[in-house]
Design a protein. Structure first.
Length: 196
């Protein structure tokens, strides 16, 4: 009897649709150039793409450009420039929703901070995934979410005339497939302390 119940349970589990599997998730904690936290962004795989939810504060009121950048480095001393250019997973693409051959993978809609400096918003994009395939934003050096000083005009190269990078957060996968293996040179082993 127990074997029959276990067998039926196992068969039912095998027949579950792919959607029954835990969906990939990621998050980023954004900080300003002064190092102070400005809020969080959460990423969740949903039907049709990735849901991004923002909860930010301490911003100048008005519209701000927002983009995913190619490297998971949020170095305030460099003005967040070490995060690299806007992420592009498809060759030959240009920045901006209104540009010919646009947009880039990392192009996101402008976000508007209220008079009190708060910004709460959500959006869905189908430009990338949180998995491990060719459309995944996760590679060996990560990815950053960057907020710009001004609105993105969606056309001017390379960043839509959106100004300085004012906040940055490294996007970290919190649920989903294990990261892709890296087949380059292995990392050097830490040096052993010499014994007297």
């Amino acid at each position: 009897m127990i074997r029959a119940v276990l067998g039926v349970t196992f068969a039912l589990l095998l027949n579950q649709p792919a959607d029954a599997q835990p969906r990939a998730r990621a998050h980023a904690r954004l900080a300003g150039l002064d190092g102070k936290p400005v809020g969080t962004a959460s990423f969740r795989a949903v039907n049709g793409g990735v849901l991004i939810e923002l909860d930010l504060h301490g911003l100048s009121p008005g519209p701000h450009g927002m983009h995913l950048h190619t490297s998971g480095q949020c170095d305030a001393k460099s003005g967040f420039m070490k995060a690299g250019p806007i992420l592009s997973l498809r060759p030959g693409r240009r920045h901006g929703y209104l540009a010919q051959k646009g947009p880039l993978t990392g192009d996101l809609p402008n976000q508007v901070a209220h008079a009190d400096g708060r910004l709460k918003a959500s959006m869905v994009t189908s430009a990338f995934t949180l998995g491990n395939g060719k459309r995944s934003i996760f590679d060996r050096d990560g990815v950053s979410l960057i907020l710009k000083k001004r609105a993105d005009d969606y056309r001017t190269q390379p960043i839509g005339n959106s100004g300085d990078r004012i906040a940055c957060g490294v996007v970290v996968r919190t649920q989903g497939p294990a990261p892709r293996p890296f087949f380059g040179k292995p990392a050097p082993k830490p040096a052993q302390n010499a014994r007297p």
